[in-house]
Write a protein that binds this ligand. Structure first.
Ligand SMILES: Cc1cc2nc3c(=O)[nH]c(=O)nc-3n(C[C@H](O)[C@H](O)[C@H](O)COP(=O)(O)O)c2cc1C
Length: 337
C-alpha cells in the first residue's frame, strides 16, 4: 500500500523512552476506525505517531485471526503504537512481545476502555480500580519488553476514585515511559465535557511525559490544551475522524499560520482514497459497509450534509460510492464548506 508523504515538519519533539517523535500530535486508538488505511492517511497529514485499535492480549495469545490482523502495519505509518488490552500480566507480556515482533515501535496499555465486555474481564478501565493490579500488570509488561511503553488511562474509575494522581504515580514507579490521560473518569463515559484540569494535575504529579486527551475538535483547542495544561503532547480522537486534516491544521497554528480548511475537491479525493485503501485490505463490500459509518463523520463539515448522508447510506461498492459523490459534489459547485 503506497501512500505519498506530505507531512509538515514540527519544531516540537516528544520523547517516549528511547523514541523521539517528530512532533507531539498523536492519533488516538479507536476501535473500528484506526485501522491501517486510516493510520496511513493521518500520518501523512501530520500525526507524529499513530495507534492501532485496541487488541486483545488473550486473542493474540490464542492466535485469534482477527487479533493478529490488527497487528498488520506498514513502514510508511511508523512510528506505530500498538495498543493491547487484558487483565492477565502473563498474557499482556506475551502480547507486547508479539506486537513488537510485528513491527510496533511503542506498546500502549489500555486502561481506559469502559465497555462492559472488556471491564467485566478486569481489563480496560476496570484496572483503574485497583492500584496493586495496575502495578502487577504494568511491571510484567515492563520486564518483558525494553521498547517504549505507555499507558492510556482515564481520570479514575469514577470521579475521585481512585485519585488519578496516585494512578499516574504508580504507573511512573512501574517504569512507564509516558502517560496518556483521557480527562474523564470511566463511569462518566462521554456524558460530561473533558476536564482538562485533570491533565494539568497529572503533569504536575509525574516526571514522565504526559499526553493530554479529550475534546480536541478544532485546531485551536489543540493549542489551548497544551497551553492550559502544560502537557507534552496531545492525542486527538473523534476530532480527526471526518477531519483527518486536523493534525496539519494544528501544525499550522504551531507555526503561527492560519489553519487551512481543505477544499471540497481535496475532501472528495481523500474520501475516495480512504475507500480504496479500505477495499485493498478488506474487499469492496466490507469497505463499503465500513465507509457508510465513516461518511457520517466526513459529512459533518460539508454543506447540505443531510443530502450527502441520504446518498451514501446505500453505497455497496466503489461504483455506487463514486455515483453518490458525483451527485453530491456536482450539486455543490461553487460552495465552500
Ligand atoms: C469509536 C471509538 C472507538 C474508540 N476506541 C478506543 C480504543 O480502542 N482504545 C482506547 O484506548 N480508546 C478508544 N476510544 C477513546 C479515544 O481514544 C479517546 O480517548 C476518546 O474518544 C477521547 O478523545 P477525543 O475527545 O479526542 O475523541 C474510542 C473512542 C471512540 C469514539
Amino acid at each position: 500500500m503506497n501512500v505519498p508523504h506530505d507531512n509538515q515538519a514540527s519544531r516540537h519533539r516528544l520523547k517516549i523512552g528511547t523514541l523521539e517523535l517528530e512532533g507531539r500530535l498523536i492519533m488516538a486508538p479507536m476501535a473500528g476506525i484506526t485501522n491501517l488505511p486510516f493510520r496511513l492517511m493521518v500520518k501523512r497529514l501530520g500525526a507524529a505517531m499513530v495507534t492501532t485499535e485496541m487488541i486483545s492480549a488473550a486473542g493474540l495469545c490464542r492466535g485469534n485471526r482477527r487479533s493478529l490482523e490488527y497487528l498488520k502495519n506498514n513502514r510508511a505509518e511508523r512510528p506505530l503504537a500498538a495498543q493491547i488490552f487484558g487483565a492477565r500480566p502473563d498474557e499482556m507480556a506475551v502480547a507486547a512481545q508479539m506486537a513488537l515482533e510485528a513491527g510496533a515501535d511503542v506498546i500502549d496499555i489500555n486502561m481506559g476502555c469502559p465497555v462492559k465486555k472488556v471491564t467485566r474481564t478486569g481489563a480496560g478501565a476496570a484496572l483503574l480500580k485497583n492500584l496493586r493490579e495496575i502495578s502487577r500488570l504494568v511491571t510484567s509488561v515492563r520486564l518483558s519488553c525494553n521498547a517504549p511503553l505507555t499507558a492510556k488511562i482515564r481520570a479514575g474509575w469514577s470521579p475521585g476514585y481512585p485519585p488519578f494522581r496516585e494512578i499516574a504515580r504508580v504507573l511512573q514507579d512501574c517504569g512507564i515511559d509516558a502517560i496518556t490521560i483521557h480527562s474523564r473518569s470511566a463511569v462518566q463515559g462521554y456524558s460530561t465535557p473533558a476536564d482538562w484540569s485533570v491533565i494539568r494535575e497529572v503533569k504536575q504529579e509525574v516526571a514522565v511525559p504526559v499526553i493530554g486527551n479529550g475534546d480536541v475538535f478544532r485546531p485551536a483547542q489543540g493549542i489551548r490544551m497544551m497551553e492550559v495544561t502544560g502537557c507534552d503532547g496531545i492525542m486527538v480522537g473523534r476530532g480527526a475522524v471526518g477531519n483527518p486534516w486536523i493534525f496539519r491544521q494544528i501544525l499550522s497554528l504551531e507555526m503561527g499560520q492560519e489553519p487551512r480548511e481543505p477544499e471540497l475537491q481535496e475532501r472528495r479525493a481523500l474520501i475516495m482514497e480512504h475507500f480504496s485503501l479500505l477495499a485493498d485490505t478488506m474487499g469492496e463490500h466490507r469497505a463499503a459497509l465500513s465507509m457508510r459509518g465513516l461518511l457520517i463523520w466526513y459529512s459533518k463539515a460539508l454543506p447540505n450534509s443531510s443530502v450527502f448522508r441520504g446518498l451514501v447510506t446505500k453505497i455497496r461498492d466503489l461504483g455506487s460510492l463514486r455515483d453518490a459523490m458525483d451527485r453530491y459534489f456536482s450539486s455543490l459547485e461553487g460552495c465552500r464548506p
